[in-house]
Design a binder for this molecule. Sequence first.
Ligand SMILES: Nc1ncnc2c1ncn2[C@@H]1O[C@H](COP(=O)(O)OP(=O)(O)OP(=O)(O)O)[C@@H](O)[C@H]1O
Ligand SMILES: [Mg+2]
Length: 394
Amino acid sequence: MRGRQPGRQRGRHVTGQTGPSGTSFDPLAGLRHPGEPEIDVMLHGMVFLDIIFSGLNRIPEGGEEIWADGMGSCPGGSANLAVASARLGLRTGLAAAFGDDAYGDFLWSTLQDQEGVDLGCSRRFEHWHTPVTVSVSHAGDRRMITHGHDAPMSANDLIGTPPRSRSVLFDLPPADAPDELQWIDAAREQGSLLFADVGFDGTGRWDQRVLEPLDRCHAFTPNAVEAMAYTRTDTAYDALYALADRVPLAVVTNGAHGALAIDGSTGEEAMVPALRVESIDPTGAGDVFCAALSLGTLAGWRLDDRLAFAALCSALAVQQFGGSLAAPGWGDIADWWHAQRQSPSPTALHKAVLRRYSFLDDLVPDVPPSAVRRAAATIARRSDATAALSKESA
Ligand SMILES: Nc1ncnc2c1ncn2[C@@H]1O[C@H](COP(=O)(O)OP(=O)(O)OP(=O)(O)O)[C@@H](O)[C@H]1O
Ligand SMILES: [Mg+2]
């Protein structure tokens, strides 16, 4: 029988089910004209049920059960990017397979009804069950266990002719799977800007043929490790310049060091330091960064402002547990900006932040006070986070 510790976890059980609340703010309102695409960002990928345990004082030994002080459950995998994009007010379409089990019900309703993600290109599949990841967060590290099966249908078959969209965000496929790009090429022919990302190559091959599809992309957003490995360079800057030869908007993210970018289509070059925050879970930082960068690009912002905005959104995310749970909404961004403006700090660092983010003065006044914030469970989750950190540092 599983052990019980009644009462210990009371008030600490946190799920994503309560979700974000609030009025949406449309950062692209000025661009919406009849005949324009209904969807701003189109995505495809596997959606997981993510269950995240936090607040453990150690990892259990064999045969042992321990209790976690905090827990969150939320859509993960490609849903992280979909939620990040939707919370920023982008009209987001996600094409994914959903199981016909209870987890599939939860993921579908969370994404569609709560987060406002358009699932018009998604489908429920009988006898295909939801992929599940259990993630254990301890001492600044994550350990994950996943169970799932291959997607029941290819992206091209699932999507067919894609709906018109302003942009498509996708991961470059392996060099031997170029067929995966068919629907993306179709979207491009309909006018979508393509934003490509890439993942860590666990095989260590870093096959440069993976980069070939960049010839049709608008942007590429690898992290520094990926960028240097694929371009065979030794610094993030060298990697950036090599990538800028291949794609109009080249961006190299560099974790707590910030990000660098060149936009050949506007002739701008920029770098942004990361905000100095306490990172407790980096899951989804890259997704939140990309969603924010694509928003700024679609809205036509200066490159400096796009990078700063992406750095802010990802810095807000890494301070929370979970991927999609942590993605900020405009309410969170407005709260942060008000707090910065009100802070009496005389430091050069604070003044630099006020200067760097002064463009928010043009946006934040239009954000309704009730704008979307992270899941309503955020407060409890923050207390979980605090408890987890104090426990780990004890
Ligand atoms: N510890 C941190 N503090 C502040 N900002 C951070 C931190 N880690 C990441 N970020 C922000 O998130 C951005 C993306 O992070 P990173 O470079 O780690 O991407 P990534 O490796 O693609 O992430 P992911 O693992 O989600 O794919 C960074 O450029 C930075 O702005
Ligand atoms: Mg990444």
